[in-house]
Design a protein around this ligand. Structure first.
Ligand SMILES: [Zn+2]
Ligand SMILES: [Zn+2]
Length: 312
């Protein structure tokens, strides 16, 4: 499996500001002036990631690419979905499977701007544990909010309500929903392809107390994932003023990933208040977490950078 990150920001699309851009340019020019290496590509390889790149501002959208299926498989329809649509421009006859974790705006706002819904040869199947899939998506494109209603877009649409006991099979992939802890409800998606396992777990407030009684259930669902995209919206300090907002503190996420023997943790659902510099700092902090209980467990930690492809 390959996992392409089209959007990993949480809550609201967050374009880079002029001040942030200027900060990067200034800092890069200062470093370049002092650098002995004047080859620009080599120089850029060696500066901190948050200066030469951006972690991204589009909201949740992740594509699962697998040799066993020619269909397009997508988890969440945040603003990153627009970029996937651009990538598919000019292609028809597509079977697109869109799994929606929940219907908060940051997870559906890309749909009206998703080019393939305007192509009559495409079929789009929506999956959710919420039994009002069509109503929730139609409401977003009410004429007060958007000029083109969902029903009038020419692609064929299907709506499939799933539950935690239900496994969806697409090609060689098996996809299952898991209930999370979030205002209004939310689903994780666990994807199996052969022996490989991906867990997409965003918009959940995991705390020791919050999962009490369900520790074994969650462990059984997510254990030994080759890759877990996990809500890491807050630092521990931020979390203390954001109880019941539905998101997880990074240190809790890392400890759970260790407990569940996750192989690679991709920090996901970046807070809109976090700059690229903040996200680099949070990654360093996450990597520095040690817990004697999990002494010998290897956990690779990355940020889910928009535009990146993660091999599983
Ligand atoms: Zn969200
Ligand atoms: Zn949410």
């Amino acid at each position: 499996m390959r996992i392409k990150i089209w959007g990993s920001r949480g809550s609201i699309p967050t374009p880079m500001t002029n001040d942030a851009y200027r900060f990067k340019v200034r800092r890069l020019l200062e470093l370049y002036a002092k650098s002995e290496d004047k080859d620009i590509d080599t120089f850029l390889e060696n500066v901190p990631f948050h200066l030469s790149n951006t972690y991204g501002g589009n909201t949740a959208c992740v594509q699962v690419i697998d040799d066993s299926s020619k269909d397009i498989i997508v988890l969440d329809a945040g603003s990153g979905l627009r970029l996937l649509g651009n990538d598919l421009a000019g292609k028809g006859g597509l079977n697109i499977h869109l799994f929606i974790s929940h219907f908060h705006w940051d997870h559906i706002c890309g749909l009206p701007f998703f080019g393939p819904i305007f192509n009559p040869t495409n079929t789009i199947t929506f999956y959710s544990t919420n039994d009002e899939i069509a109503e929730n998506l139609t409401r977003q494109q009410h004429q007060a909010h958007f000029p083109i209603s969902l029903e009038s877009t020419p692609s064929e649409k299907k709506f499939v309500v799933i539950n935690s006991d239900h496994t969806v099979k697409i090609g060689g992939l098996e996809i299952r929903a898991v209930d999370l802890i979030h205002p209004g409800g939310c689903s994780a998606f666990v994807v199996h392809s052969g022996k490989k396992k991906l867990s997409y777990v965003t918009d959940t407030e995991f705390t020791e107390d919050g999962i009490a009684g369900k520790e074994l259930y969650y462990k059984a669902c997510f254990e030994s994932s080759d890759l877990m995209l996990l809500d890491c919206q807050y630092s521990l300090v931020e979390f203390f003023s954001k109880f019941n907002w539905g998101h997880t503190a990074t240190n809790v996420a890392v400890n759970l990933a260790l407990e569940w023997r996750i192989k690679q943790l991709a920090m996901f659902h970046f807070d809109p208040m976090h700059s690229d510099e903040d996200l680099s700092r949070m990654l360093i902090e996450a990597k520095s977490i040690t817990n004697p209980k999990y002494n010998n467990r290897n956990l690779k930690i990355i940020q889910a950078v928009e535009g990146s492809v993660i091999e599983v």
